[in-house]
Design a protein around this ligand. Sequence first.
Ligand SMILES: NC(=O)c1ccc[n+]([C@@H]2O[C@H](COP(=O)([O-])OP(=O)(O)OC[C@H]3O[C@@H](n4cnc5c(N)ncnc54)[C@H](O)[C@@H]3O)[C@@H](O)[C@H]2O)c1
Ligand SMILES: O=P(O)(O)OC[C@@H](O)[C@@H](O)[C@H](O)[C@H](O)CO
Length: 416
Amino acid sequence: MTRIVHLGLGSFHRAHQAVYTAAAGGDWSITGVAHRSRRVVDALRAQQLHYTVLTVDGERVEVEPVDVLDDALVAADEPDTVVARIADPATTVVTLTITEAGYTADGAMLALLRDGLARRRGAPITVISCDNLADNGGVLRGLLPGLDGVAFPSTMVDRIVPRTTDEHVRLAREAGFEDAVPVPAEPFRQWVLQPQFASAHPDWARAGVTLTDDVAAWEAVKVRLLNGTHSLLAYLGLLRGHELIADAIDDVVIRRAADALGDEYQATLRVPAGLDVTAYRAQLRRRFGNRALGHRTEQVGSDGSLKLVQRIPAPVRWHLDRGSVPPLLALSVAAFLRCRTPGVELAGSPGDPRAAEIAALIGRAHDERELARTAVTRLFGELGPSFADRVGDLLRALRTGGTDDAVAEALGTVRT
Ligand SMILES: NC(=O)c1ccc[n+]([C@@H]2O[C@H](COP(=O)([O-])OP(=O)(O)OC[C@H]3O[C@@H](n4cnc5c(N)ncnc54)[C@H](O)[C@@H]3O)[C@@H](O)[C@H]2O)c1
Ligand SMILES: O=P(O)(O)OC[C@@H](O)[C@@H](O)[C@H](O)[C@H](O)CO
């Protein structure tokens, strides 16, 4: 048996890397490790580690069992077992989906990973970040310096996987599966992986994974056009009373803004060989519109201070370097700040680790331009006054005229 240890046993891993690994064949199994919560781990143990993936395509739902886990652990409760499992010579791959919040030098999961890797004493292993971070392999390598025998390939991962609801449990039961933790997912899935392996790994190419050294181009396309647009849909959606991403993309005001934001992002991209970006964007609109999937604006809009830093500053700098201030990128930031403003009515309650700090900035500022200059620098580093002032002006429009006015103002300034 050859083993993968996966850190971050949430929904996404179970509908993405686990599905690809099962499809790759061979003698591979996965030990899944959750951070603190016992909920998924206890449920999986109670059902012998089997679970189902519900592929939701409009009104069609396909239920498939997945049987690839060999154990499920909670890092906070069983840290020594996690370290031993990473150190075990039978483990040759570690994958991670620990959310943007997990990538700090003092992060608990990374500390266990560091200990486990150190105990291998140079025995080769491949460690693969599958989080939505630019240059995720490079970021992880930077946080785990000085280790011998470890490869950190970069990846682009894609499949829209919302939170599980009681309705998904019911649908699994209807199909004959008693599963307390089924995972809903869209039909689309993609994994682009840099073929830098130090060790044995599943034949993922056989399962449809694209192996290429040009992950950076794919990753920028996905993080900007999909995740960046998702953020705007979430914040404008929350402000306009939409609980679902599908309702947000169906709202003509938001859709116009999302399309124009797509143009701003597209201009910044180096399109990878083989990608038709027009078709990709059309497909994205359909994916966002998958209403039965039930993807919530609240989920996509949570942790914005951690997510937007992956989606905003690099493309903003691209535009500023060419002499233009991108209004829809500015609107994305303004809508985020408006959602964090105490007292503003929203169609959900997206959390954020910096909520208190941002609310304090909002409370102290005399006007929107002052707020935007401070907030933009705190969130993204120095981007210069022209972008921050555009954010401030759109934030004022959001307060005085609402989302209709703010979108009109941003669209009115789009360069054609
Ligand atoms: N859900 C999607 O559609 C999707 C798609 C592509 C990529 N991803 C990536 O996967 C990540 C997880 O998504 P999910 O849907 O599985 O979420 P989830 O909430 O179901 O699971 C999150 C997992 O991360 C762990 N975690 C949370 N905070 C952590 C921290 N500070 N340190 C270490 N571990 C922590 C949790 O224990 C849990 O196992 C996303 O943040 C994103 O980077 C998700
Ligand atoms: O996963 P996050 O929290 O980084 O971002 C929220 C969504 O944009 C994201 O989960 C997408 O659904 C996903 O990246 C699609 O592959």
